[in-house]
Every structure is written in C-alpha cells, then in structure tokens.
Design a protein around this ligand. Structure first.
Ligand SMILES: Nc1ncnc2c1ncn2[C@@H]1O[C@H](COP(=O)(O)OS(=O)(=O)O)[C@@H](OP(=O)(O)O)[C@H]1O
Ligand SMILES: Nc1ncnc2c1ncn2[C@@H]1O[C@H](COP(=O)(O)OP(=O)(O)O)[C@@H](O)[C@H]1O
Length: 200
C-alpha cells in the first residue's frame, strides 16, 4: 500500500521554520515511573523556554491518552503503539519548528529506541527521571499504587509491569537527591546550546 504514497514536497521547509523562529526544533523525552516527577519538571522547563520566546509544546498522558490514543490500554503491545504514535506526532511538531517536550512512562527500551529512530538521533534528548518505586509509591500522587497493591490495576509499571531504565540517558535526574529547581536548571543548561541554529 505504501508504495502508492508519494510525498509532496512543500515550499516552506523545516529549515525555513527554524530560521523564522530563530531556534532549532527537537524533542525532549522524559521517561520514568508514574509519580517520578516527569510532568512537574517538564512543565517548569517548558515555562522557562516559553518565557525566553522559544516555541514549545508539551505532550503528556492527559492530552494523548484521553484523545488520539483513547483506544489504547496498558498492555505491552498498546504501550508500544502509544509511544510510536507519540513519536510520529512529535516528528510533525519538530517539522513545524517546535521544541517538543514529551512526558511518558515509556517503560520499554525498544520503544524509546524507536522514538529516537523516528525523530532521528540528533533531534532526541532523553531525560531519565530516576525516582525509586518506593518513593513513587510513597508520593502516590494519583492513588494508583494503592489501587495496584489492592489488585484493582493490572500492569502497573514498577509493581506488576516492568520498567527498563535507560542505560545511557542524555540527562539523568535523581529526584530523591536534587530539588525540582536544580533538575530544571540541569535540563536547561543541557539544551541551551542545542537551541542555537547551526549557522550562528
Ligand atoms: N498500569 C499503569 N501503568 C502505568 N501508568 C498507568 C497505569 N494505569 C494508569 N496509568 C496512568 O497513565 C499514565 C501513563 O501513561 P503513559 O502513556 O505515559 O504510559 S506508557 O508510556 O504507555 O507506558 C500515568 O501517568 P503519570 O503518572 O503522569 O506517569 C498514570 O497516571
Ligand atoms: N525533586 C523532585 N522532582 C520532581 N517532582 C518532585 C520532586 N520532589 C517531589 N516531587 C513531587 O513528586 C510528584 C511527581 O508527580 P508528577 O510530576 O505528576 O510525576 P509523573 O508525571 O512522573 O507521574 C509531585 O507531587 C512533585 O511535587
């Protein structure tokens, strides 16, 4: 089927959009357990970028799993499809000239590798929000761990489903050791050089 799909080249290119925005576009991918701190940190990173005039957009479970991916469960296969679609959406947004922040548990290494392949290595910054399951369970922001322990939620990452930690993330944040502010600063410091256009 795909052999009959012929890509149309449009006159306004990704490069044109980047130079109009005066910054590069890429994907900052936050992975970690539920309650690890992905949304808290991504939200503050986006605010700082936004205030500097950077064009951003954040994708997270709320706007994706309630919308375009509302047909998907937490089975391994559906998580893979969830992450694949998010990667494709991110790729379009990168094309549109945005700095995309994506905050998903994304527990499988092969799925995160697939994201990197879809958006291309140079457009992918992996941020591992490394918080122990004990701490996430203690925080239990949404009461999900309690439900998982009671057997009301199956496939709960960290309890009854695996989390494959990144081995060489671009950035690792141990939230039990650093404050939210320190975490945000570390990420901003890492991505600031990446924002600069190559011809500057
Ligand atoms: N079984 C199970 N395991 C993990 N998480 C669960 C589960 N059921 C519901 N939730 C809630 O869904 C959010 C995770 O969705 P994601 O799309 O990020 O998951 S995944 O990347 O497809 O694994 C996750 O959001 P965050 O807490 O923001 O990570 C949870 O609120
Ligand atoms: N250093 C830290 N970094 C991020 N979150 C932290 C930190 N210390 C405590 N928290 C708290 O942990 C919780 C993380 O929740 P959330 O950001 O929704 O996680 P996730 O998006 O990974 O599910 C928040 O209540 C946040 O205030």
């Amino acid at each position: 089927m795909s052999k009959n799909i012929i890509q149309h080249d449009y006159q306004v290119s990704r490069e044109d959009r980047k130079s109009k925005n005066n910054h590069n576009s890429f994907l900052i991918w936050f992975t970690g357990l539920s309650g690890s701190g992905k949304s808290t940190i991504a939200n503050l990173v986006e605010q700082q970028l936004f205030e500097k005039g950077i064009k951003t957009y954040t994708l997270d479970g709320d706007n994706i799993r309630k919308g375009i991916n509302n047909d998907l469960t937490f089975s391994p296969e559906d998580r893979t499809e969830n992450i694949r679609r998010i990667a494709e959406i991110s790729n379009l947004m990168i094309d549109a000239g945005l700095v995309v922040l994506a905050a998903f548990v994304s527990p499988y290494k092969k799925d995160r590798e697939n994201v990197k392949n879809i958006v291309k290595n140079s457009n992918f910054v992996e941020v591992f929000i490394n918080t122990s399951v004990e701490e996430c369970e203690r925080r239990d922001v949404k009461g999900l761990y309690k439900k998982a322990r009671a057997g009301e939620i199956k496939n709960m990452t960290g309890i009854s489903a695996p989390y494959e930690a990144p081995e060489q993330p671009d950035i690792e944040i141990k939230t039990e050791e650093v404050s939210v502010k320190e975490a945000v600063n570390k990420i901003i410091d890492h991505i600031t050089p990446k924002l600069k256009l190559d011809n500057e």
